[in-house]
Design a protein around this ligand. Structure first.
Ligand code: SMG
Ligand code: MG
Length: 369
C-alpha cells in the first residue's frame, strides 16, 4: 500500500488543570495530529509532543520540522505491506521517536480500517477493558493534594500516581498513604534525583508503593541498576526505555522491576509490542504510561494496553480528566471498576470532531504522493 496524502496539524488544546512535574509545567496539549489517505481510507494519529523539550529531547516544533523535512517524504516513498514496515522505513532518522510514532500509529489505524478490524485485535489485544488510574501533578500544598486525590477517587479511579521532586516527595506520599491506607499508590520523579539520593528515596519504602518511576537521569540505565537493590519499592523505568534494545539492556542489567510502556516514547506500536513480549518472557510486568494525549492518541493507548502483559493500571484516564472538550466525538468514560472499555469498532475507534479540531489548529501542512 502507498500512502497518497498526509496532513499534519499543530494544535493547542487547553487542559482543565495545569500539569506540573519535577521539571516543568504544561497548560495544554501541543500535539501534532496526523491524517492520512490511502486506498479510499482516511486514518488518524497523534504525536503527543509537548510545548518544551523537558520530558525528552522533542517538542512540537522539532516534530513539525523533522516530519516535514524527512519522515513524511520517507514514508511517502515506501511501499507498505503492513504497519510493521514503518519503523524500518524511518530508521535512518536517529531518535525523534515521538515524531515517528505519529506516523506509525496512523498507518496501524489505516491497516486496521482496511482489514475492517479493531486496532486492539490487530495488535494482539486480549482484554475488553483496561485498568486505569490518574497521574496527579505537583500541588501547592498537602491539603490541596488530598482534595485533588479524593476527587479522583470519588470519580471511580482506584490507582493514583503522584509526581514527586526534592521537597515534594516523602511528606505528600506519607499524607496520601495515611489518608487511604489501601489505595494503589505509586510515584514518578521524572529523572530529578541522583544515585547519591538513594537513602532519601528509601524513605518511600514504608508506603507500600506499587512502584517508583524513573528517579534517575532520563538516559540512564547503569545507575538505576545500582539503585535497585538499595530500595524496597519496585523500581520502574520510563524515559530510559526508548527502544527494544534499551529494554533488553535494562532487563539484562537488572536495572528495574517494571517497565512503563508509552508507544510514543518508543517510536511506535511495533517496537512497543516487542518490549511487551520481551518483558513478558523475562517475567517482568509492564503498564501503559501516558503523555496527556488527545482522544486520538488515547484510543491508540487503550488498544495497546489491552495486550496481556499490561498487568498494572495505566496512566490512561478518561478524556474529561484532561480536556473540557476533546477533539473526538466519542470520549472514554471511567467505568465503576476503574477501567476504560476497549473499542471494538474498526480502527482505533476515535471519531474525530473535525470542526473543533479546526478551532484548535495553529498550523496545517499537507502533501500528496
Ligand atoms: O497522560 O495521564 C497522563 C499523564 C501521565 O504522568 C504522566 N506522564 O513521566 O509518566 C510521565 C508523565 C509525562 C508527562 S509529560 C507532560
Ligand atoms: Mg513517567
Amino acid at each position: 500500500m502507498r500512502i497518497e496524502r498526509i496532513e499534519l496539524r499543530k494544535i493547542l488544546l487547553p487542559y482543565v488543570t495545569m500539569f506540573e512535574t519535577s521539571g516543568w509545567r504544561e497548560t495544554g496539549s501541543h500535539a501534532i495530529i496526523v491524517r492520512m489517505e490511502a486506498d479510499g481510507i482516511v486514518a488518524w494519529g497523534e504525536s503527543p509532543t509537548g510545548e518544551s523539550p523537558f520530558y525528552n529531547e522533542e517538542n512540537q516544533k522539532t516534530g513539525w520540522v523533522i516530519l516535514q523535512d524527512y519522515l513524511v517524504p520517507m514514508l511517502l516513498q515506501t511501499d507498505l505491506s503492513s504497519a510493521w514496515d514503518v519503523t524500518p522505513a524511518l530508521a535512518r532518522v536517529r531518535g525523534n521517536r515521538m515524531a515517528k510514532a505519529g506516523l506509525e500509529f496512523t498507518v496501524w489505524d489505516l491497516f486496521a480500517r482496511r482489514e475492517k478490524r479493531s486496532l486492539a485485535s490487530l495488535l494482539g489485544g486480549t482484554r475488553e477493558r483496561v485498568e486505569v488510574g490518574v497521574s496527579v501533578g505537583i500541588q501547592k500544598d498537602i491539603p490541596t493534594l488530598l482534595e485533588v486525590v479524593g476527587g479522583y477517587l470519588d470519580e471511580g479511579y482506584t490507582r493514583i500516581k503522584l509526581k514527586i521532586k526534592p521537597g515534594w516527595d516523602i511528606e505528600p506520599t506519607r499524607a496520601v498513604r495515611e489518608a487511604w491506607p489501601d489505595l494503589r499508590l505509586q510515584v514518578d520523579a521524572n529523572s530529578i534525583y541522583h544515585l547519591s539520593d538513594a537513602e532519601h528515596l528509601a524513605e518511600l519504602d514504608p508506603f507500600n508503593l506499587l512502584l517508583v518511576e524513573q528517579p534517575l537521569a532520563h538516559d540512564d540505565i547503569f545507575d538505576h541498576a545500582k539503585l535497585k537493590p538499595m530500595l524496597r519499592s519496585p523500581l520502574c523505568l520510563d524515559e530510559s526505555i526508548v527502544s527494544p534494545e534499551h529494554a533488553r539492556w535494562a532487563i539484562e542489567m537488572n536495572a528495574c522491576d517494571i517497565i512503563n510502556i508509552k508507544p510514543s516514547r518508543i517510536g511506535g506500536l511495533g517496537d512497543a509490542i516487542k518490549i511487551h513480549d520481551m518483558a513478558q518472557a523475562a517475567g517482568m510486568p509492564v503498564w501503559h504510561g501516558g503523555m496527556l494525549e488527545t482522544g486520538i492518541g488515547r484510543a491508540v493507548n487503550v488498544a495497546l494496553a489491552s495486550l496481556p502483559n499490561f498487568t498494572l493500571p495505566g496512566d490512561i484516564s478518561a478524556n474529561d480528566r484532561y480536556f473540557k472538550r476533546d477533539i473526538v466525538k466519542n470520549p472514554f468514560a471511567i467505568n465503576a471498576d476503574s477501567t476504560l472499555t476497549v473499542p471494538t469498532g474498526i480502527g482505533h475507534g476515535a471519531i474525530v470532531d473535525e470542526d473543533y479540531l479546526d478551532d484548535v489548529t495553529l498550523e496545517r501542512w499537507e502533501i500528496g504522493a
